[in-house]
Design a protein around this ligand. Structure first.
Ligand code: OGA
Ligand code: ZN
Length: 380
């Protein structure tokens, strides 16, 4: 365990400097420390939520003294002018350190994620439905893989209508939309959505016209005896990284300009959104892909001078997504189900013939529930 060896008040009390047995020294500002105090007047003992507002902290707050205990395990700070004493454990301070070199210009992804292609993925994360319901340890492992790869399968699900919502409830909550709590994916006459026909669908993320977009999609197979109707998934983050490697200008065009997406349903449904096809946070974390040929609306946020190159970038991105080396291909069997991180992994199906029957059911859920389940199961 890394411990602190000494502490110093610096910058006239506006910060402290902590020396560690292992690793470089760490600095913390007095306002940051005061805001994050863990005492019962600052945070509710029951729910851990903060009781103070930023305005309650004196503007001119500073640290008068900092004391490290003999074992290097705890630090007691005295703040002025409010004469507040606050204790922090070195473990907590280290876990919440922010004195790092900033590298805002580089594109990065969450270190818990692994990008993949058909060449690099070894095993598709898969779990049996009954096991997922009964074995918390295996469930946790599978959920972590789902998060890590943005894709996973379940086998042995009931072949009953509505089962897809039970699958969502294993880790989270169903997101109800205009398609209902769940929806049938099968060929219909006058289909409201091309997904409900027998046409092939290019790899896409679902519902980019919805803001917020559903962050998880689940597709459950009830019947699949047709010729065709095969499934495929593609890691959109890998595609974005490939685009950037091949042509940084193209990557910038798709990440700096918004596309538009739109869906007009039959009744009172008209959904519109504005997202870049490749989403970055202000500090350049790659966080989302919105890609769906069926629902791109006229793109009007790219200036004339860049539109031609924008379309070249869009085409290149599409070519990378269509590249067979990028894709995992499979055919769903009745009772199979697959789940994707809909902000990252694209899914597709090949066209199918009318002979035989194909019936899938889909539903949406969200990643907050997934991540919360992973976090709470990990603590048990
Ligand atoms: C969908 C979809 C794929 C399939 O419903 O969103 O992409 O295999 N369906 O039918
Ligand atoms: Zn889809």
């Amino acid at each position: 365990m890394s411990l602190f060896t000494s502490v110093k008040v610096i910058n006239s009390g506006k910060a402290i400097l902590l020396y560690r047995k292992y690793g470089t020294p760490l600095r913390y500002h007095s306002t940051w420390l005061r805001d994050n105090a863990l005492d019962s007047k600052t945070r509710d003992k029951n729910n851990g939520q903060r009781l103070i507002t930023i305005s309650d902290i004196p503007v001119n707050n500073y640290i008068e003294s900092a004391l490290l205990d003999k074992k290097g395990k705890n630090i007691t700070l005295k703040f002025l002018p409010d004469k507040k004493k606050v204790k922090f454990s070195s473990k907590w301070l280290e876990a919440n350190a922010y004195d790092k070199k900033s590298n805002n210009s580089k594109i990065w992804i969450n270190p818990d994620l692994k990008v993949w292609s058909n060449k690099t993925i070894k095993n598709i994360p898969i779990i049996n439905y009954k096991t997922a319901k009964s074995n918390k340890k295996l469930l946790l492992r599978w959920l972590k893989s789902l998060h890590c790869f943005g894709f996973a399968k379940i086998s042995g699900c009931e072949k009953k209508s509505g089962t897809v919502t039970k699958i969502a409830k294993i880790f989270g909550y169903v997101r109800e939309t205009n398609y209902g709590k769940w929806f049938d994916v099968r060929s219909k006459i006058n289909a409201v959505n091309l997904a409900f026909t027998n046409l092939g669908l290019q790899a896409h993320t679902d519902n980019p016209y919805r803001d917020p977009v559903p962050t998880i999609q689940i597709l459950h197979c009830l019947k699949n005896s047709t010729d065709g109707g095969d499934s495929k998934v593609v890691d959109g983050f890998n595609a974005a990284i490939k685009l950037k490697k091949g042509n940084k200008k193209y990557f910038n065009l798709l990440s700096k300009y918004c596309s538009r997406f739109e869906f007009k349903g039959k009744k009172n449904v008209h959904l519109k959104s504005r997202f870049p096809m490749i989403g970055l946070t202000p500090d350049n974390e790659l966080i989302s892909i919105h890609f769906n040929n069926r629902s791109v609306a006229p793109i009007v946020d790219v200036p004339y001078k860049d539109m031609l190159n924008y379309y070249k970038a869009y085409r290149k991105f599409s070519d990378i997504i269509n590249d067979p080396e990028m894709a995992i291909n499979f055919k769903l069997k009745p009772g199979d189900c697959f789940i994707v991180d809909n902000t990252r992994v694209l899914h597709a199906r090949t066209a199918y013939l009318a002979k035989g029957s194909r019936w899938l059911q889909g539903c949406y859920a969200d990643k907050d529930g997934l991540l919360s389940t992973i976090s709470t199961l990990s603590k048990k």
